[in-house]
Design a protein around this ligand. Structure first.
Ligand code: E4P
Length: 266
């Protein structure tokens, strides 16, 4: 399924690059072998920086990671707030003061009216709060309300391309497909990211794909290759991103060889 959708996308990209009219939204003819041979899917249509978010409600962890200069935002959820043992409004306010980028704070009620009230209260905490809403009909209705008010949203608990389509149609700023939890259930989470990328590009949706429930370095790299706009993961994975045994071994050798020279650069 992904292969077919990816092929359509490749074909669409080639048409746009060649200055030909964009493809019809339904039923594009399959690409020819020549079409595919001329297109490199590794060349993005537009340059964009992938954002890296910390998935935590632990302020100490965020303070520890901010000096890396790599924390573009933070995501929280009710479980992470519970784990922090703190009041949600207080902890979100502190996080918003530490990190300028988008800070997701999740509404917890399941009905539309209460969800909107909760979202309004969370959004009032700071201008960089993103109201996180579940992928339900009520959550999607609430998403439309916040989008129309100019408040950013993150539609969470996304496990299918059909759900991602609905989030985009509701005007979500971000959609959060849960890679790790799909894998926990024997499904291919990275394939879902690829499928949503195709879907959004073919139809021109601006909702950003926020790869979530990423559990390791390989997940983060694969999410990036799949064209995710952002990725969120815990501090352990964040710290592990920089590590490679050959980097350590190479550095040890350089330090040892340099010591033998007796020189100093300063
Ligand atoms: C992101 O928004 C979610 O809160 C988070 O990534 C879920 O991760 P988990 O499946 O490891 O709990």
């Amino acid at each position: 399924m992904v292969e077919g959708a990816r092929a359509d996308w490749v074909w669409s990209v080639e048409r746009l690059r060649a200055g030909r009219p964009p493809p019809p939204l339904r039923g594009p003819p399959p690409p020819t072998g020549e079409d595919l041979a001329r297109v490199s899917i590794s060349t993005p249509l537009k340059a964009k920086l992938m954002k890296l978010f910390l998935d935590t409600a632990d302020v100490a962890v965020i303070k520890d990671m901010v000096p890396t200069g790599m924390v573009d935002g933070v995501t929280t959820n009710p479980s992470l707030i519970a784990k922090s043992g703190r009041n949600i409004a207080e902890v979100i306010a502190e996080i918003c003061a530490l990190v300028e980028g988008p800070i997701s704070a999740e509404a917890v009620s399941l009905d539309f009216e209460t969800m909107v009230k909760e979202g309004d209260k969370l959004a009032a905490i700071a201008p960089n709060v993103v109201v996180k809403l579940p992928l339900t009909w009520d959550g999607l209705r609430a998403c439309r309300v916040f989008t129309d008010k100019g408040i950013k949203t993150n539609v969470t608990l996304c496990f299918s391309a059909a759900q991602a389509l609905l989030a985009a149609k509701a005007g979500a700023t971000f959609v959060s497909p849960f890679v790790g939890r799909l894998e926990d259930n024997g499904a291919d989470g990275i394939a879902l990211l690829e499928e949503i990328r195709v879907l959004y590009d073919v139809h021109g949706f601006e909702t950003q794909i926020l790869a979530a429930s990423l559990r390791n370095v390989a997940h983060v790299a694969a999410a990036a290759v799949a064209g995710s706009d952002a990725a969120t993961f815990g501090a352990d994975t964040f710290k592990a991103l920089v590590k490679h045994p050959l980097t350590d071994r190479g550095l040890d050798a350089f330090v040892a060889d340099w010591a033998k020279t007796g020189q100093s650069i300063l």
